[in-house]
Design a protein around this ligand. Structure first.
Ligand code: BES
Ligand code: MN
Ligand code: MN
Length: 462
Protein backbone atom coordinates (compact mmCIF):
# COMPACT_ATOMS: atom_id res chain seq x y z
CA UNK A 1 0.00 0.00 0.00
CA UNK A 2 1.22 3.45 -0.87
CA UNK A 3 2.29 5.50 2.12
CA UNK A 4 1.15 9.10 2.53
CA UNK A 5 4.79 10.16 2.46
CA UNK A 6 5.49 8.70 -0.98
CA UNK A 7 2.14 9.93 -2.36
CA UNK A 8 2.99 13.42 -1.12
CA UNK A 9 6.49 13.23 -2.60
CA UNK A 10 5.07 12.36 -6.01
CA UNK A 11 2.37 15.04 -5.92
CA UNK A 12 4.05 17.76 -3.92
CA UNK A 13 4.33 20.34 -6.69
CA UNK A 14 0.70 19.89 -7.73
CA UNK A 15 -0.45 20.22 -4.09
CA UNK A 16 1.40 23.52 -3.85
CA UNK A 17 0.18 24.78 -7.24
CA UNK A 18 -3.45 24.03 -6.43
CA UNK A 19 -3.26 25.87 -3.13
CA UNK A 20 -1.65 28.83 -4.86
CA UNK A 21 -4.58 29.01 -7.31
CA UNK A 22 -7.03 29.03 -4.39
CA UNK A 23 -5.05 31.78 -2.66
CA UNK A 24 -5.28 34.05 -5.69
CA UNK A 25 -9.01 34.61 -5.12
CA UNK A 26 -9.57 37.50 -2.67
CA UNK A 27 -12.34 35.97 -0.55
CA UNK A 28 -12.59 38.81 1.98
CA UNK A 29 -15.83 38.21 3.86
CA UNK A 30 -15.77 41.55 5.71
CA UNK A 31 -16.01 43.58 2.51
CA UNK A 32 -19.15 43.16 0.36
CA UNK A 33 -17.22 44.33 -2.71
CA UNK A 34 -15.72 40.82 -2.85
CA UNK A 35 -18.99 38.93 -2.98
CA UNK A 36 -18.32 37.40 -6.42
CA UNK A 37 -14.88 36.24 -5.22
CA UNK A 38 -16.41 34.46 -2.25
CA UNK A 39 -18.82 32.63 -4.56
CA UNK A 40 -15.95 31.73 -6.90
CA UNK A 41 -13.91 30.42 -3.96
CA UNK A 42 -16.84 28.28 -2.79
CA UNK A 43 -17.11 26.82 -6.30
CA UNK A 44 -13.38 26.14 -6.44
CA UNK A 45 -13.54 24.33 -3.09
CA UNK A 46 -16.54 22.33 -4.34
CA UNK A 47 -14.64 21.20 -7.45
CA UNK A 48 -11.62 20.24 -5.37
CA UNK A 49 -13.76 18.07 -3.07
CA UNK A 50 -15.32 16.37 -6.06
CA UNK A 51 -11.90 15.63 -7.53
CA UNK A 52 -10.65 14.39 -4.16
CA UNK A 53 -13.27 11.66 -4.18
CA UNK A 54 -16.40 12.91 -2.42
CA UNK A 55 -19.55 11.13 -3.67
CA UNK A 56 -21.71 14.21 -3.44
CA UNK A 57 -20.78 17.83 -3.07
CA UNK A 58 -23.14 20.77 -2.93
CA UNK A 59 -23.12 24.49 -2.49
CA UNK A 60 -25.64 25.16 0.26
CA UNK A 61 -27.26 28.56 0.12
CA UNK A 62 -27.66 30.48 3.39
CA UNK A 63 -28.82 34.02 4.24
CA UNK A 64 -25.14 34.97 3.75
CA UNK A 65 -22.26 33.32 1.95
CA UNK A 66 -22.74 29.69 0.86
CA UNK A 67 -21.44 26.65 2.69
CA UNK A 68 -19.65 23.95 0.73
CA UNK A 69 -20.81 20.53 1.87
CA UNK A 70 -19.40 17.24 0.64
CA UNK A 71 -19.42 13.66 1.84
CA UNK A 72 -18.19 10.17 1.17
CA UNK A 73 -20.11 7.53 3.05
CA UNK A 74 -18.54 4.11 2.66
CA UNK A 75 -20.40 2.16 5.34
CA UNK A 76 -23.07 3.38 7.75
CA UNK A 77 -21.62 1.14 10.46
CA UNK A 78 -18.24 2.89 10.37
CA UNK A 79 -17.52 6.13 12.24
CA UNK A 80 -18.02 9.50 10.54
CA UNK A 81 -15.54 12.37 10.73
CA UNK A 82 -16.88 15.87 10.05
CA UNK A 83 -14.19 18.22 8.75
CA UNK A 84 -14.79 21.94 9.22
CA UNK A 85 -12.81 24.82 7.73
CA UNK A 86 -13.31 28.26 6.22
CA UNK A 87 -12.65 29.64 2.75
CA UNK A 88 -13.00 33.31 3.68
CA UNK A 89 -10.04 35.45 4.71
CA UNK A 90 -9.33 38.61 6.68
CA UNK A 91 -8.94 41.93 4.86
CA UNK A 92 -5.27 42.33 3.87
CA UNK A 93 -4.97 45.95 5.08
CA UNK A 94 -2.66 47.77 5.52
CA UNK A 95 -1.53 46.91 2.00
CA UNK A 96 1.67 48.95 2.04
CA UNK A 97 3.12 46.72 4.77
CA UNK A 98 3.10 43.64 2.52
CA UNK A 99 6.39 42.74 0.81
CA UNK A 100 4.42 41.16 -2.06
CA UNK A 101 0.74 41.58 -2.99
CA UNK A 102 -1.55 39.56 -0.67
CA UNK A 103 -3.37 37.76 -3.49
CA UNK A 104 -0.32 37.03 -5.65
CA UNK A 105 1.21 34.14 -3.71
CA UNK A 106 5.00 33.77 -3.66
CA UNK A 107 7.24 31.17 -2.04
CA UNK A 108 10.10 32.44 0.09
CA UNK A 109 12.44 30.84 2.60
CA UNK A 110 12.49 32.15 6.17
CA UNK A 111 14.56 31.29 9.20
CA UNK A 112 11.79 29.17 10.65
CA UNK A 113 10.69 27.79 7.24
CA UNK A 114 13.91 26.71 5.50
CA UNK A 115 11.86 24.63 3.01
CA UNK A 116 9.99 27.77 2.00
CA UNK A 117 6.63 29.26 2.90
CA UNK A 118 3.74 30.47 0.76
CA UNK A 119 3.11 34.18 1.37
CA UNK A 120 -0.49 35.21 0.76
CA UNK A 121 -3.58 36.25 2.72
CA UNK A 122 -5.33 33.05 3.83
CA UNK A 123 -2.29 30.81 3.27
CA UNK A 124 -2.38 29.65 6.90
CA UNK A 125 -5.78 31.00 8.04
CA UNK A 126 -7.45 28.99 6.74
CA UNK A 127 -7.26 28.09 3.05
CA UNK A 128 -3.92 26.30 3.40
CA UNK A 129 -4.95 24.37 6.48
CA UNK A 130 -8.38 23.56 5.07
CA UNK A 131 -6.82 22.35 1.81
CA UNK A 132 -4.58 19.89 3.70
CA UNK A 133 -7.79 17.99 4.45
CA UNK A 134 -8.84 17.97 0.81
CA UNK A 135 -5.46 16.57 -0.23
CA UNK A 136 -5.45 14.05 2.62
CA UNK A 137 -8.83 12.84 1.36
CA UNK A 138 -7.46 12.61 -2.18
CA UNK A 139 -4.63 10.43 -0.92
CA UNK A 140 -6.95 8.13 0.99
CA UNK A 141 -9.53 7.69 -1.77
CA UNK A 142 -7.10 7.34 -4.65
CA UNK A 143 -5.04 4.70 -2.85
CA UNK A 144 -8.07 2.85 -1.46
CA UNK A 145 -7.27 3.71 2.14
CA UNK A 146 -10.23 5.71 3.39
CA UNK A 147 -11.09 3.81 6.58
CA UNK A 148 -14.35 5.55 7.55
CA UNK A 149 -17.03 7.99 6.45
CA UNK A 150 -16.22 11.64 5.98
CA UNK A 151 -18.22 14.84 5.70
CA UNK A 152 -16.81 18.26 4.79
CA UNK A 153 -18.38 21.57 5.77
CA UNK A 154 -16.43 24.62 4.60
CA UNK A 155 -17.91 28.03 5.33
CA UNK A 156 -17.31 31.58 4.08
CA UNK A 157 -18.08 33.75 7.11
CA UNK A 158 -15.73 32.58 9.85
CA UNK A 159 -13.83 35.84 9.94
CA UNK A 160 -17.06 37.80 10.46
CA UNK A 161 -18.77 35.68 13.10
CA UNK A 162 -20.16 32.55 11.32
CA UNK A 163 -23.75 33.74 11.49
CA UNK A 164 -24.91 31.74 8.47
CA UNK A 165 -23.14 28.64 9.69
CA UNK A 166 -25.11 28.75 12.98
CA UNK A 167 -28.27 29.02 10.91
CA UNK A 168 -27.16 26.03 8.79
CA UNK A 169 -26.09 23.83 11.70
CA UNK A 170 -29.35 24.40 13.58
CA UNK A 171 -31.31 23.24 10.52
CA UNK A 172 -29.18 20.25 9.51
CA UNK A 173 -28.57 18.06 12.55
CA UNK A 174 -29.14 14.85 10.63
CA UNK A 175 -27.08 15.75 7.61
CA UNK A 176 -24.18 16.76 9.84
CA UNK A 177 -24.41 13.81 12.27
CA UNK A 178 -20.88 12.65 13.09
CA UNK A 179 -18.69 10.92 15.66
CA UNK A 180 -16.02 13.59 15.84
CA UNK A 181 -15.32 17.00 14.32
CA UNK A 182 -11.85 17.66 12.94
CA UNK A 183 -10.51 21.17 12.37
CA UNK A 184 -7.17 22.59 11.26
CA UNK A 185 -7.52 26.31 11.95
CA UNK A 186 -5.15 26.76 14.89
CA UNK A 187 -1.42 26.46 15.44
CA UNK A 188 1.26 24.32 17.01
CA UNK A 189 4.10 25.23 19.35
CA UNK A 190 7.02 24.69 16.92
CA UNK A 191 7.89 22.40 13.98
CA UNK A 192 9.71 20.08 16.38
CA UNK A 193 7.17 20.52 19.21
CA UNK A 194 3.82 19.20 17.95
CA UNK A 195 0.79 20.21 19.99
CA UNK A 196 -2.94 19.72 19.94
CA UNK A 197 -5.15 22.70 20.75
CA UNK A 198 -7.41 21.81 23.66
CA UNK A 199 -9.04 25.17 24.25
CA UNK A 200 -10.24 28.28 22.48
CA UNK A 201 -11.27 31.55 24.04
CA UNK A 202 -14.74 33.00 23.67
CA UNK A 203 -15.35 36.48 22.37
CA UNK A 204 -17.52 39.53 22.85
CA UNK A 205 -17.02 42.28 20.29
CA UNK A 206 -18.58 45.70 20.74
CA UNK A 207 -18.41 49.15 19.23
CA UNK A 208 -18.71 52.26 21.37
CA UNK A 209 -19.68 55.78 20.45
CA UNK A 210 -19.31 58.90 22.60
CA UNK A 211 -21.30 61.97 21.60
CA UNK A 212 -20.62 65.42 23.00
CA UNK A 213 -21.80 68.66 21.34
CA UNK A 214 -24.16 68.48 18.36
CA UNK A 215 -21.44 69.64 15.92
CA UNK A 216 -17.66 69.87 15.67
CA UNK A 217 -16.54 72.99 17.54
CA UNK A 218 -13.68 75.51 17.37
CA UNK A 219 -11.26 74.19 20.00
CA UNK A 220 -10.32 77.71 21.04
CA UNK A 221 -13.78 79.15 21.38
CA UNK A 222 -15.21 76.12 23.18
CA UNK A 223 -12.11 74.29 24.46
CA UNK A 224 -12.08 73.83 28.25
CA UNK A 225 -15.76 74.59 28.59
CA UNK A 226 -17.34 71.46 27.08
CA UNK A 227 -16.55 67.76 27.36
CA UNK A 228 -14.31 66.65 24.47
CA UNK A 229 -15.62 63.20 23.36
CA UNK A 230 -12.14 61.97 22.43
CA UNK A 231 -10.64 63.02 25.77
CA UNK A 232 -13.56 61.38 27.55
CA UNK A 233 -13.46 58.17 25.50
CA UNK A 234 -9.75 57.62 26.13
CA UNK A 235 -10.26 58.25 29.85
CA UNK A 236 -13.14 55.79 29.97
CA UNK A 237 -11.12 53.17 28.12
CA UNK A 238 -8.13 53.68 30.40
CA UNK A 239 -10.35 53.08 33.42
CA UNK A 240 -11.34 49.61 32.16
CA UNK A 241 -8.07 48.19 33.59
CA UNK A 242 -6.68 48.81 37.08
CA UNK A 243 -3.01 49.13 38.08
CA UNK A 244 -2.64 45.34 38.10
CA UNK A 245 -4.16 45.07 34.64
CA UNK A 246 -7.31 43.50 35.98
CA UNK A 247 -10.48 44.41 34.13
CA UNK A 248 -12.66 46.70 36.23
CA UNK A 249 -16.11 45.84 34.88
CA UNK A 250 -18.14 44.68 37.92
CA UNK A 251 -18.91 40.96 37.71
CA UNK A 252 -16.51 40.38 34.78
CA UNK A 253 -14.54 37.64 36.57
CA UNK A 254 -17.43 36.14 38.56
CA UNK A 255 -17.78 33.00 36.44
CA UNK A 256 -14.18 32.63 35.26
CA UNK A 257 -13.00 29.05 35.53
CA UNK A 258 -9.87 29.28 37.70
CA UNK A 259 -7.33 26.55 37.01
CA UNK A 260 -5.86 24.56 39.89
CA UNK A 261 -2.18 24.97 40.76
CA UNK A 262 -1.57 21.49 39.35
CA UNK A 263 -3.14 22.42 36.03
CA UNK A 264 -1.09 25.61 35.90
CA UNK A 265 2.09 23.72 36.73
CA UNK A 266 1.30 21.29 33.89
CA UNK A 267 0.82 24.20 31.51
CA UNK A 268 4.15 25.68 32.53
CA UNK A 269 5.90 22.55 31.25
CA UNK A 270 5.28 23.61 27.64
CA UNK A 271 8.49 25.04 26.21
CA UNK A 272 8.50 28.85 26.20
CA UNK A 273 11.30 31.38 25.92
CA UNK A 274 10.47 34.86 27.14
CA UNK A 275 13.51 36.25 25.34
CA UNK A 276 12.53 34.67 22.00
CA UNK A 277 8.96 35.88 22.48
CA UNK A 278 10.10 39.47 23.05
CA UNK A 279 12.50 39.31 20.15
CA UNK A 280 9.94 37.88 17.73
CA UNK A 281 7.70 40.94 18.06
CA UNK A 282 10.42 43.44 18.96
CA UNK A 283 9.24 44.52 22.41
CA UNK A 284 11.51 45.35 25.32
CA UNK A 285 9.30 43.75 27.94
CA UNK A 286 6.15 41.73 28.36
CA UNK A 287 3.01 43.23 29.89
CA UNK A 288 -0.22 41.95 31.36
CA UNK A 289 -2.36 40.82 34.25
CA UNK A 290 -0.51 40.56 37.54
CA UNK A 291 -0.05 37.06 38.90
CA UNK A 292 -0.08 35.22 35.59
CA UNK A 293 2.56 34.08 33.10
CA UNK A 294 2.58 35.07 29.44
CA UNK A 295 1.16 31.70 28.39
CA UNK A 296 -1.60 32.01 30.98
CA UNK A 297 -2.39 35.59 30.03
CA UNK A 298 -2.91 34.63 26.41
CA UNK A 299 -4.95 31.49 26.92
CA UNK A 300 -6.68 30.85 30.27
CA UNK A 301 -7.33 34.49 31.26
CA UNK A 302 -9.95 36.84 29.82
CA UNK A 303 -8.86 40.11 28.23
CA UNK A 304 -10.20 43.43 26.99
CA UNK A 305 -8.53 45.16 24.05
CA UNK A 306 -9.23 48.18 21.90
CA UNK A 307 -8.98 47.10 18.25
CA UNK A 308 -9.52 50.48 16.68
CA UNK A 309 -10.18 54.06 17.81
CA UNK A 310 -11.10 57.10 15.78
CA UNK A 311 -12.64 60.54 15.75
CA UNK A 312 -11.73 64.13 15.03
CA UNK A 313 -9.20 65.39 12.51
CA UNK A 314 -6.62 62.92 11.19
CA UNK A 315 -5.76 64.54 7.84
CA UNK A 316 -2.54 66.33 6.95
CA UNK A 317 -1.46 69.28 9.05
CA UNK A 318 -3.40 70.58 12.03
CA UNK A 319 -7.01 71.50 12.50
CA UNK A 320 -8.15 73.03 15.75
CA UNK A 321 -11.36 71.23 16.47
CA UNK A 322 -13.33 69.49 19.18
CA UNK A 323 -15.09 66.60 17.46
CA UNK A 324 -18.71 65.91 18.17
CA UNK A 325 -18.11 62.16 18.31
CA UNK A 326 -15.46 59.57 19.17
CA UNK A 327 -15.53 55.84 18.53
CA UNK A 328 -13.76 52.61 19.41
CA UNK A 329 -14.03 48.92 18.61
CA UNK A 330 -13.39 46.71 21.63
CA UNK A 331 -12.96 42.94 21.91
CA UNK A 332 -13.11 40.86 25.05
CA UNK A 333 -11.60 37.38 24.91
CA UNK A 334 -13.42 35.09 27.29
CA UNK A 335 -12.66 31.83 29.04
CA UNK A 336 -14.78 28.80 29.96
CA UNK A 337 -17.95 29.51 31.99
CA UNK A 338 -18.08 33.17 31.02
CA UNK A 339 -21.19 33.66 28.91
CA UNK A 340 -20.54 36.06 26.05
CA UNK A 341 -24.03 37.54 26.09
CA UNK A 342 -23.85 38.14 29.85
CA UNK A 343 -20.42 39.74 29.49
CA UNK A 344 -21.71 41.96 26.69
CA UNK A 345 -24.54 43.13 28.99
CA UNK A 346 -22.10 43.78 31.84
CA UNK A 347 -19.93 45.81 29.49
CA UNK A 348 -22.85 47.90 28.23
CA UNK A 349 -24.14 48.65 31.75
CA UNK A 350 -20.69 49.55 33.04
CA UNK A 351 -19.62 51.60 30.05
CA UNK A 352 -22.80 53.65 30.07
CA UNK A 353 -22.53 54.14 33.83
CA UNK A 354 -19.00 55.61 33.67
CA UNK A 355 -19.84 58.18 31.00
CA UNK A 356 -19.61 61.56 32.75
CA UNK A 357 -22.21 64.29 32.41
CA UNK A 358 -21.71 66.26 29.23
CA UNK A 359 -21.52 63.25 26.90
CA UNK A 360 -23.71 60.34 25.86
CA UNK A 361 -22.33 56.80 25.49
CA UNK A 362 -23.77 54.24 23.12
CA UNK A 363 -22.63 50.61 22.87
CA UNK A 364 -23.46 48.42 19.88
CA UNK A 365 -22.72 44.70 20.25
CA UNK A 366 -21.25 43.04 17.16
CA UNK A 367 -20.79 39.31 17.55
CA UNK A 368 -19.47 36.82 20.03
CA UNK A 369 -19.20 33.23 21.04
CA UNK A 370 -18.42 30.92 23.90
CA UNK A 371 -15.04 29.51 24.86
CA UNK A 372 -14.28 25.84 24.39
CA UNK A 373 -12.19 23.24 26.20
CA UNK A 374 -11.84 19.65 25.23
CA UNK A 375 -10.77 16.79 27.51
CA UNK A 376 -7.58 14.89 26.69
CA UNK A 377 -9.02 11.48 27.48
CA UNK A 378 -11.55 11.39 24.64
CA UNK A 379 -11.28 8.93 21.78
CA UNK A 380 -10.68 11.79 19.37
CA UNK A 381 -7.83 13.25 21.40
CA UNK A 382 -6.18 9.86 21.83
CA UNK A 383 -6.42 9.18 18.09
CA UNK A 384 -4.91 12.58 17.30
CA UNK A 385 -2.11 11.95 19.81
CA UNK A 386 -1.24 8.66 18.09
CA UNK A 387 -1.39 10.29 14.66
CA UNK A 388 1.22 12.91 15.69
CA UNK A 389 3.36 10.25 17.34
CA UNK A 390 3.47 8.42 14.02
CA UNK A 391 4.41 11.37 11.83
CA UNK A 392 6.43 13.56 14.24
CA UNK A 393 7.91 10.77 16.35
CA UNK A 394 6.88 12.72 19.47
CA UNK A 395 3.88 12.91 21.77
CA UNK A 396 2.04 16.19 21.13
CA UNK A 397 1.57 18.66 23.98
CA UNK A 398 -2.00 19.73 24.81
CA UNK A 399 -2.19 23.50 24.58
CA UNK A 400 -4.98 26.00 25.18
CA UNK A 401 -5.02 28.71 22.57
CA UNK A 402 -5.97 32.35 22.97
CA UNK A 403 -7.77 32.59 19.63
CA UNK A 404 -11.45 31.99 19.02
CA UNK A 405 -13.48 29.80 16.70
CA UNK A 406 -16.89 30.53 18.23
CA UNK A 407 -18.67 27.91 16.15
CA UNK A 408 -16.87 25.10 18.00
CA UNK A 409 -18.92 25.57 21.18
CA UNK A 410 -22.05 25.64 19.04
CA UNK A 411 -21.05 22.35 17.39
CA UNK A 412 -20.88 20.73 20.80
CA UNK A 413 -24.29 22.09 21.77
CA UNK A 414 -26.10 21.38 18.49
CA UNK A 415 -24.33 18.27 17.19
CA UNK A 416 -23.26 16.83 20.54
CA UNK A 417 -19.79 15.92 19.42
CA UNK A 418 -16.28 16.79 20.45
CA UNK A 419 -13.98 18.82 18.25
CA UNK A 420 -10.33 17.93 17.72
CA UNK A 421 -8.15 20.89 16.76
CA UNK A 422 -5.14 19.71 14.79
CA UNK A 423 -3.42 22.96 13.81
CA UNK A 424 -0.22 23.11 11.79
CA UNK A 425 0.39 26.88 11.68
CA UNK A 426 2.96 28.75 13.77
CA UNK A 427 2.39 31.94 15.77
CA UNK A 428 5.04 33.57 13.57
CA UNK A 429 3.02 32.84 10.40
CA UNK A 430 1.43 36.30 10.77
CA UNK A 431 -2.23 35.35 10.39
CA UNK A 432 -4.44 38.49 10.16
CA UNK A 433 -1.22 40.53 9.67
CA UNK A 434 0.68 41.69 6.61
CA UNK A 435 2.89 38.97 5.05
CA UNK A 436 0.82 36.03 6.28
CA UNK A 437 2.50 32.78 5.26
CA UNK A 438 2.30 29.02 5.70
CA UNK A 439 5.32 26.73 5.69
CA UNK A 440 5.42 24.16 2.92
CA UNK A 441 6.83 21.68 5.41
CA UNK A 442 3.83 22.36 7.70
CA UNK A 443 1.39 22.03 4.79
CA UNK A 444 2.78 18.66 3.74
CA UNK A 445 3.15 17.43 7.32
CA UNK A 446 -0.53 18.17 7.85
CA UNK A 447 -1.46 16.17 4.76
CA UNK A 448 0.64 13.32 6.10
CA UNK A 449 -0.76 13.41 9.65
CA UNK A 450 -4.49 13.72 8.88
CA UNK A 451 -4.89 10.21 7.35
CA UNK A 452 -3.26 8.81 10.49
CA UNK A 453 -6.03 10.42 12.53
CA UNK A 454 -8.64 8.73 10.32
CA UNK A 455 -6.84 5.43 10.78
CA UNK A 456 -6.53 5.55 14.57
CA UNK A 457 -9.96 7.04 15.14
CA UNK A 458 -11.55 4.20 13.15
CA UNK A 459 -9.40 1.55 14.87
CA UNK A 460 -10.10 2.86 18.35
CA UNK A 461 -13.84 3.15 17.67
CA UNK A 462 -14.13 -0.63 17.16
N1 BES B 1 -8.22 30.59 12.87
C1 BES B 1 -8.55 31.71 13.67
C2 BES B 1 -8.58 31.42 15.15
C3 BES B 1 -7.32 30.86 15.76
C4 BES B 1 -6.06 31.10 15.23
C5 BES B 1 -7.43 30.13 16.91
C6 BES B 1 -4.93 30.59 15.83
C7 BES B 1 -6.31 29.63 17.51
C8 BES B 1 -5.05 29.84 16.98
C9 BES B 1 -9.90 32.26 13.22
O1 BES B 1 -9.97 32.38 11.82
C10 BES B 1 -10.08 33.64 13.77
O2 BES B 1 -9.36 34.52 13.36
N2 BES B 1 -11.04 33.84 14.67
C11 BES B 1 -11.37 35.15 15.14
C12 BES B 1 -12.74 35.19 15.73
C13 BES B 1 -13.85 35.44 14.74
C14 BES B 1 -15.19 35.49 15.44
C15 BES B 1 -13.62 36.67 13.93
C16 BES B 1 -10.40 35.57 16.22
O3 BES B 1 -9.89 34.74 16.98
O4 BES B 1 -10.16 36.78 16.28
MN1 MN C 1 -9.28 30.70 10.87
MN1 MN D 1 -8.84 34.24 11.27
Amino acid sequence: MKSAKSYIDENKQRFIDELIELLKIPSISADSAYKADLILTAETVKDSLQKAGCDSVEICETPGYPIVYGEKIIDAKLPTILVYGHYDVQPPDPLDLWDSPPFEPVIKKTEIHPEGAIFARGSCDDKGQMYMHVKALEYMTSTGQLPCNVKFMIEGEEEVGSESLSWFVERNHEKLANDVILISDTGMIAPDVPSITTGLRGLSYVEVEITGPNRDLHSGLYGGAVANPINILTKMIASLHDENNHITIPGFYDKVDELSLEERAKMAEAPFSKEAYKKSIDIDDIYGEKGYTTNERNSIRPTLDVNGIWGGYIGEGAKTVIASKAYAKISMRLVPNQNWEEITDLFIKHFESIAPVGVRAKVTPHHGGQAYVTPIDSLGYKAAEKAYERTFGKTPIPQRSGGSIPIVALFEKELESKTILMGFGLDSDAIHSPNEHFGIWNYLKGIETIPQFYHYFTEMSK
